[in-house]
Design a binder for this molecule. Structure first.
Ligand code: SAH
Length: 483
């Protein structure tokens, strides 16, 4: 009965062929078309296209449809540079002109703040600044993590997971990554073939090589390779590989700029890429790079912004929003290896950085020394625990002047899930003059902005920045000022 009812309710059925004009873009970059109020979501269709589609999954008011043919292409449609752009899950909107991508991202941030943050449209338009785009939106990523596996014929391949699946699309020369990636992967794969080293198999949990992490300092030219291994140190799987390591590192070390080669041990059945145990097998433990005029050491496990060109522009904007004059106290929550913290330390009185990954905090401390900045203090832990504990400790100090409790500026740069509520609560208690919020997910940003504005702040400026060209992701920096 229920089934029959559903079928009656849905306007279309699986397999139906339709022609539709794409009039909107969804948050994942998909095209949206309407037929008499019934909505169709079509991956790879571009706003302005007229397309023929086949219904894949029909619901009462909407359906997912497969793009069969572009009948009349949109003025915003462009030929993707990458031959496998459609299969690969990485770049969702390579078929959209770059200008249109930027407009889409600007609008995505705006709409999320309006709809999910509950802000007035006109108000949001008045505080939004134009998105910072790239001059050359290719080969911008300084980091790539390639899964290693086998294709249907049993050949070892490196590449990317096809959108939302775990089958690997072989591609070693990704056009948003560096050109060295291919040479490095070719060496590793031919070494594996020669020495009969098995790639890891997710289903059986057997096999050795899971992923290859490659990172390059764009300014320094230094390259890091980290092989993620399913290696328990016992006889059997992987022994040959470890024995042959000498030859592999020798081949890899010939790559221009090679500075650090390491292995990361990950024997867990998980889709987390890196294991927490790292062993350097050739060269240094870290690579270094220059960002915003400062030098940074970067470990395999540390977060480092993937698009250094845009990152400098983003941090420049964050620093402008922080309005530092040289005497301010600044907290930088989710600080990674201290990039924002130390960029601000140059023009602040005292800076405090908080970060959850111990290796990143170690890097941050070294980076402060390396750049002769002695006004930075780093804490390892969760922002939502470190900050409340600091607040409690300071407020309990007898007869203390509580200026430590009230910094001038708090900067946050959380992962996609945004700030924890305990963190936001303490930030409000500390009531800094300014809050600078750097976000890689405008949905959680919108949610957190609402909490901060309800807690006594005024949203003064919102500026998106295109750090991830050809993907649907967008970075945003906001300035909030105490009312
Ligand atoms: N500001 C840095 C890092 C931003 S990425 C930069 O621009 O380079 C977000 C960082 O938050 C990562 O380094 C991650 O390890 C860290 N992180 C994630 N959850 C956290 C938490 N609950 N508390 C503190 N840091 C956290």
């Amino acid at each position: 009965m229920a089934n029959k009812k559903n079928q009656e309710d849905a306007r279309f059925e699986k397999g139906d062929l339709l022609t539709v004009e794409i009039t909107d873009i969804g948050t994942d970059g998909e095209g949206i078309g309407k037929i008499d109020g019934y909505t169709l979501f079509i991956k790879d269709a571009v706003i302005g296209d007229t397309v023929s589609v086949k219904i894949m999954k029909a619901k009462k008011n909407y359906a997912y449809a497969h793009l069969e043919k572009v009948i009349d292409p949109s003025e915003f449609r462009t030929e993707p540079k990458c031959p496998i752009a459609r299969q690969c899950g990485g770049c969702q909107i390579q078929n959209m002109t770059y200008e249109k991508q930027l407009a889409f991202k600007q609008n995505k941030v705006r709409n999320n703040i309006v709809r999910l943050g509950g802000f007035d449209e006109n108000f949001v338009d008045s505080v939004m600044e134009p998105i910072i785009g790239m001059d050359e939106p290719w080969r911008y990523r300084n980091k790539a993590q390639f899964p290693i596996g086998k294709d249907k014929n049993g050949k070892i391949v490196a590449g990317f997971y096809a959108g939302r699946t775990h089958s690997i699309i072989p591609v070693t020369d990704c056009l948003i990554g560096t050109s060295e990636n291919k040479d490095i992967l070719d060496i590793i794969i031919s070494h594996m073939e020669k020495n009969k080293v098995e790639p890891y198999d997710e289903v059986s949990g057997k096999g050795l090589v899971r992923h290859v992490l490659i990172r390059k300092g764009f300014t320094s030219g230094q390259i890091m390779v980290c092989l993620v291994l399913n290696y328990r140190g016992k006889k059997g799987t992987g022994i040959e590989f470890i024995k042959e390591q000498g030859k592999l590192t020798q081949a890899l070390s010939k790559i221009d700029g090679m500075t650090s080669i390491s292995v990361s041990i990950n024997t867990d059945k998980t889709n987390v890429i890196m294991g927490t145990e790292i062993h350097t097998i050739w060269g240094k433990d870290t690579i270094s790079d220059t960002l915003c005029g400062l030098e940074f050491d970067i470990s395999p496990l540390s977060f480092y912004q993937v698009n250094p060109v845009q990152c400098e522009k983003l941090y420049g904007q964050a620093i402008e929003y922080a309005q530092l004059t040289g005497k301010e106290t600044v907290w930088d929550l989710y600080c990674g290896i201290g990039t924002i913290t130390l960029s601000m330390a140059r023009t602040a009185g005292k800076v405090h950085g908080v970060e959850i990954i111990p290796d990143a905090i170690e890097d941050a401390k070294k980076n402060a020394k390396r750049n002769n900045l002695d006004n930075a203090e780093f804490y390892c832990g969760k922002a939502e625990e470190v900050l409340p504990e600091f607040y409690k400790r300071e407020s309990e100090k007898a007869g203390a002047d509580n200026s430590a409790l009230h910094p001038d500026v708090i900067v946050v740069d959380p992962p996609r899930k945004g700030c924890d509520s305990a963190c936001l609560e303490t930030m409000l208690k500390m009531s800094p003059e300014r809050i600078v919020y750097v976000s890689c997910d405008s949905a959680t940003l919108a949610r957190d902005l609402r909490i901060l504005v309800d807690g006594g702040y005024e949203l003064k400026a919102v500026r998106p920045c295109d750090m991830f060209s050809h993907t649907v992701h967008v970075e945003t920096v906001c300035q909030l000022v105490k009312r």
